[in-house]
Design a protein around this ligand. Structure first.
Ligand SMILES: [Zn+2]
Length: 119
């Protein structure tokens, strides 16, 4: 499931291909290819905007390297038993749930909030 499912051109309609149907897998792969191409285009456009603002290739490489290291460190901490900090519903004060969607959701009141677009 995409984190960007709230975008209008992404209907989040991926389904699990069942019974090993090659045609279904082909459709799913085509959808995923389309999404990767769209994200690649968006990423390149954002990078072009940043270059226009004065950022250099080295800035991007450092940001990628730093983020990759931080994600690996976080993954290792979780594997070592660190508990992930749960965001609480501001109304019910219970942990919000996230099923791979962009927004976290309260199962009691339905309140949705985007706590981070890059989980
Ligand atoms: Zn709630």
């Amino acid at each position: 499931m995409s984190k960007f499912s709230l975008l209008s051109n992404n209907s989040n309609q991926y389904t699990q291909a069942s019974s090993g149907n090659v045609h279904e897998y082909g459709e799913e792969i085509a959808q995923l290819k389309g999404e990767v191409e769209r994200l690649d285009l968006v990423t390149e456009a954002m990078w072009n905007l940043l270059k226009d603002k004065g950022f250099a290739e080295e800035d991007l490489i450092k940001a990628i390297t730093d983020l990759d290291a931080a994600k690996k460190q976080k993954k290792k901490a979780l594997e070592d038993g660190e508990k992930q900090e749960a965001q609480l519903c501001p109304y019910c004060h219970v942990p919000l749930q996230n099923n791979g969607q962009l927004a976290d959701r309260c199962i009691y009141c339905g309140h949705e909030i985007i706590t981070s677009p890059f989980k």
